[in-house]
Ligand binder design. Structure first.
Ligand code: FES
Ligand code: FES
Length: 159
């Protein structure tokens, strides 16, 4: 029988306490236990960024973290980006306006990486955007639209 622990973490603004198997990744727990399936499972070896979430302000690959590592942490998934009234965030709106969401499989991770960047650097340069998004692969090659969306969201927030 696998060992489990009870951990407490703030998930999308809500403090939650839940039991996790010690060998389960954060990705497993988010998707299979907490029902937060917006975080995508793809390569599971830290190469695609589809599973990105923000942990204590930093974008992380949830497929490479054990769930027990977020005990006491603040975690934001793509479900936590929408505004309190359920409307899309300005960043999500900018992705739509720029045509950045194509197949959508990589978009949750792209949004998370972009949000973490804008939280850290509200006025990023195009180079900073490309650098921050470099760990997030898009098979539709929508990189230009994605970078434009991040720029537009930054400009809108600062106008
Ligand atoms: S699924 Fe985690 S980096 Fe690809
Ligand atoms: S929009 Fe990213 S993989 Fe298609």
């Amino acid at each position: 029988m696998s060992e489990s622990l009870i951990i407490e973490a703030t998930i999308n603004g809500f403090r939650r306490s839940f039991e996790v198997a010690v060998h389960h990744t954060l990705l497993d727990v988010l998707r299979d236990q907490l029902g937060l399936t917006g975080t995508k499972e793809c390569c599971v070896v830290g190469e695609c960024g589809a599973c990105s979430v923000i942990v204590d302000g930093r974008p992380m690959n949830s497929c490479l973290m054990l769930a027990v590592e977020v005990d006491g942490a603040e975690v934001t998934t793509v479900e936590g980006l929408a505004l309190g009234d359920g409307h899309l965030s300005p960043l999500q709106g900018a992705f739509l306006d720029a045509g950045a969401a194509q197949c959508g499989f990589c978009i949750p991770g792209q949004l998370i990486a972009a949000q973490a960047l804008l939280d850290r650097i509200p006025h990023p340069t195009i180079d900073e955007i490309h650098e921050a998004m470099a760990g997030n692969l898009c098979r539709c090659a929508g990189y230009e639209q994605i970078a434009k969306a991040v720029q537009a969201a930054a400009e809108a927030a600062n106008s």
